[in-house]
Design a protein around this ligand. Structure first.
Ligand SMILES: C[S@@+](CC[C@H](N)C(=O)[O-])C[C@H]1O[C@@H](n2cnc3c(N)ncnc32)[C@H](O)[C@@H]1O
Length: 389
């Protein structure tokens, strides 16, 4: 290729170098196909661990990001033309260069129309504007089993898809506020299971909001942690780590901005709340699961004719449990809102507790909590886990 084209090509490639440096976590691979007559000679660039690698003509070398332009344009000097296809999540850039012309085309993933309107008898894809759009998040949603290989939401996953998307909707403002105050945010997913929420939130923050973030998933089940690691690897997400640990034993090694905990059983939600409060975490979102502790402890004579019915006693215990959590969070300086996360028709575990640290500890709220505790004869784990004074 002539000097003029090489010069222009190296300029475009410098742009790609910058893109890789800035979007390292999005970068998938770049393939350059050099042509000489009808013969083709492919070169591939990819990231392995913390290294950028280039394979060409049977040899693999490790590259600094800012050598890419130099290497590729040097190789191009010996060929008639080159087509470079750069892939990062959601975007493909193609550079075509020969002696006459050097042009670059960028294409973004689009939402295919046919993903809308899938339904079965019970659950429907609603008409609302999804935060995680099935067409754009195809790779993610396929990997976590929401989309089938045809790119459509599977009938038995519509409910899950709606739940996940609604979760993002309910914490969207909180995430945006955290991003206003911080360059990058770290999210801790307690009792992460297979980490669907982590993957979806990571997608939303990185690829929809285009902001940097880091995720840590905790679960005491080795099986789900291994599954989460595999999913992260398959999706090429490098900004996350997964640890086998009980929530209460975890010691944070970096600043955490948001703690999430969805349907972690019994007192695991209390452990997650305590972890957040004790580490001075700014925001948390809890969707509690069943909790037996308060049910076994509480009594309230004025209500004896009501709570003599087991089911009513259990429902009241759930309300007290979450009410106590909210009150203790207020005592620790958090502004709390309790909202319905999903319809009670889908699951009775449908409350979401959102809390944001806004003020100093509130001694009056603590006093009210202590009165309530005495009145009900309860001794909640959460209080024992919190560093109250
Ligand atoms: C019902 S699953 C929910 C998983 C995930 N959060 C989701 O919503 O898909 C609850 C998970 O919490 C984990 N878990 C429960 N208590 C825990 C604890 N104290 N420490 C760590 N993991 C816990 C379980 O192993 C399980 O994977």
């Amino acid at each position: 290729m002539n000097k003029q084209s090489i010069k222009k090509l190296s300029l475009f490639l410098t742009g790609l170098e910058q893109r890789i440096a800035e979007n390292r976590d999005y970068f998938k691979k770049a393939v350059a196909v050099f042509k000489s007559g009808t013969r083709e000679f492919p070169a591939k660039i990819w990231i392995e661990g913390d290294k950028i690698k280039l394979n060409f003509n049977g040899t693999t070398e490790i590259l600094e990001t800012n050598w890419i332009s130099l290497r590729i344009s040097k190789y191009a000097e010996n060929y008639d033309s080159v087509v470079i296809t750069y892939e990062e999540r959601g975007t493909t850039i193609v550079i075509e260069a020969d002696d006459k012309n050097v042009k670059m085309k960028t294409s973004e993933a689009k939402e295919p129309e046919e993903n809308i309107g899938v339904h079965n008898e019970t659950y429907q894809i609603s008409n609302r504007d999804y935060y995680i759009k099935a067409g754009q998040a195809q790779e993610l949603l396929k990997e976590i089993g929401i989309l089938g290989s045809n790119g459509k939401v599977k009938n038995d996953k519509i409910r899950k898809y709606n739940q996940i998307d609604h979760f993002v909707e309910l914490i969207d403002d909180m995430i945006k506020d955290l991003l206003k105050e911080n360059e990058s945010i770290t999210v801790l997913d307690c009792g992460c299971g297979k980490s669907y929420l982590t993957f979806v939130l990571n997608y939303y923050i990185k690829e929809v909001l285009k902001k940097p973030c880091y995720f840590i998933g905790l679960d005491y089940s080795n099986t789900v942690i291994e599954a989460s690691k595999r999913t992260a690897e398959n999706l090429g997400y490098k900004n996350m780590e997964f640890k086998v640990t009980d929530i209460k034993n975890y010691r944070a090694s970096r600043e955490i901005h948001l703690v999430i905990c969805l349907h972690a059983c019994n007192t695991a939600t209390d452990e997650a709340i305590a972890l957040a409060v004790n580490n001075n975490v700014k925001a948390m979102v809890m969707v509690p699961c069943c909790q037996q502790e308060i049910l076994k402890q509480y009594s309230y004579p004025p209500f004896q004719d009501i709570i003599k019915h087991g089911i009513l006693k259990a429902r009241m215990a759930d309300v007290i449990t979450d009410g106590i959590r909210a009150l203790l969070l207020e005592a620790m300086g958090y502004k709390v809102s309790v909202v319905e996360y999903i319809s009670p028709v889908e699951t009775p575990k449908n409350l979401m507790i959102r809390a944001i640290k806004t003020q100093a500890k509130d001694p009056l709220a603590l006093e009210r909590y202590r009165e309530l505790k005495k009145l009900l004869g309860i001794n909640p784990t959460l209080e024992k886990l919190l560093y109250i004074d």
